[in-house]
Design a protein around this ligand. Structure first.
Ligand SMILES: C[S@@+](CC[C@H](N)C(=O)[O-])C[C@H]1O[C@@H](n2cnc3c(N)ncnc32)[C@H](O)[C@@H]1O
Length: 342
């Protein structure tokens, strides 16, 4: 697939499906070309969100269960990409951590066409990994599952699918889950966090703590946990991407996402870190931000004169990461350091 062979009618139809909510009415992939066009454009954009999440996991020192640090012989870990579509998420994850760390990739979708495409692409990309459709035992059995990858499905699931996903989460050693950064979907993902945390999972990200989600606390209904990823470099200078953005009605600079990373192994995140929800808003001499830490969420003000370098960094970075600061009465009083070192 390339920009010349891209079928805009297919992209328009998919866009209409995603925006109208009718994607929840059943499989919508009609031909392999649908998946090729999706993977090249919408899917690639979702890939940039995954890149941001994976970069963050690396900076937190997180590695998937069964990866190099934990084994002495060949990799045995299985990844299940559930609701795979074109399979962009599973491929991004395996590529990032290294194909040598995985023995098997299973794909599942209620569209057989999607599974065909995802399977084919993954086999091409990772010739040494066993790639297959998840069978009944993988989906409905009770054996532990190494890594469950979920991406952009919450808008489309019926109660039966939600029940299957729930059972899979309960069997997973670790879960990597990325969704759109909308108010509605992010808060649903927050509910999953709470449910899975109660079921014994540790929260690796985005949270800097293991306590109840502050955004979901009473009084915070208008808020939602979301972040902004950077698109691939030089995208704005690429006339084809610019044309795609205009036609699809997408602002390429804004890549909002929500995500959740859970693990049965304890988090190695040191205590005392904070995270900015959304983005800081800059004014003359100060910035306002919505802060999340172990104490909950709150609006904070950062005076430029108190931390000029950080003030500037927050203005320019889309992925500002984690902060260590103290705050009193809505004001950041002392900035210690950014980013826990792994
Ligand atoms: C928006 S696409 C996302 C695809 C891919 N995960 C990604 O991030 O690019 C949603 C996918 O979920 C699949 N899906 C929807 N309902 C499903 C269900 N009940 N069981 C399995 N897959 C489902 C759709 O067929 C579609 O491939």
């Amino acid at each position: 697939m390339n920009w010349e062979s891209l079928d805009w009618e297919i992209l328009d139809r998919l866009r209409e499906k995603f925006l109208s909510g009718s994607a929840a009415q059943g499989p919508y992939w009609h031909t392999i070309t649908d998946l090729e066009c999706y993977d090249f454009t919408y899917g690639e954009r979702i890939g940039w969100k995954w890149d941001a999440v994976l970069r963050e996991l690396k900076s937190r020192g997180w590695t998937p269960p069964g990866s190099e640090a934990e084994r002495t012989s060949a990799a045995t870990a299985t990844v299940l990409d559930w609701g795979c579509g074109s399979g962009i998420a599973g491929r991004r994850v395996i590529d990032f951590f290294g194909a040598d760390n995985f023995a098997e990739l299973l794909v599942h979708d209620h569209s057989a066409l999607a599974m065909d495409y995802a399977e084919h692409r993954a086999k091409q990309t990772f010739p040494k990994i066993a790639v297959a459709r998840a069978d009944y035992r993988a989906l409905e059995g009770n054996a532990p599952l190494d890594l469950l990858v979920i991406s952009h499905v919450l808008n489309e699931l019926d109660p039966l699918a939600l029940a299957q996903l729930n059972a899979l989460c309960a069997r997973a050693k670790a879960i990597l889950w990325v969704e759109p950064g909308t108010h509605h979907v992010s808060r649903i993902l927050g509910d999953w966090r709470e449910k899975l945390r109660a079921g014994g999972m540790n929260v690796i990200a985005p949270c800097t703590h293991q306590h109840a989600c502050g955004v979901l606390a009473a009084g915070n209904e208008r808020h939602w946990c979301h972040f902004f990823a950077n698109p691939a470099a030089n995208i704005y200078a690429d006339s084809e991407w610019v044309k795609f953005g205009q036609r699809a009605g997408i602002d390429l600079r804004s890549l909002p996402y929500s995500f959740l990373v859970l693990d049965r192994r304890a988090s190695t995140m040191p205590e005392g870190f904070s995270r900015i929800i959304g983005e800081a808003r800059h004014y003359k001499g100060y910035a306002k931000l919505y802060n999340c830490d172990a104490g909950g969420v709150s609006d904070l003000m950062l005076q430029k004169r108190d931390a000029p370098a950080l003030f500037k960094a927050l203005k320019h970075a889309h992925e500002p990461g984690l902060q260590k600061w103290t705050h009193e009465n809505g004001r950041i009083t002392r900035v210690e350091t950014a980013e826990p070192q792994s």
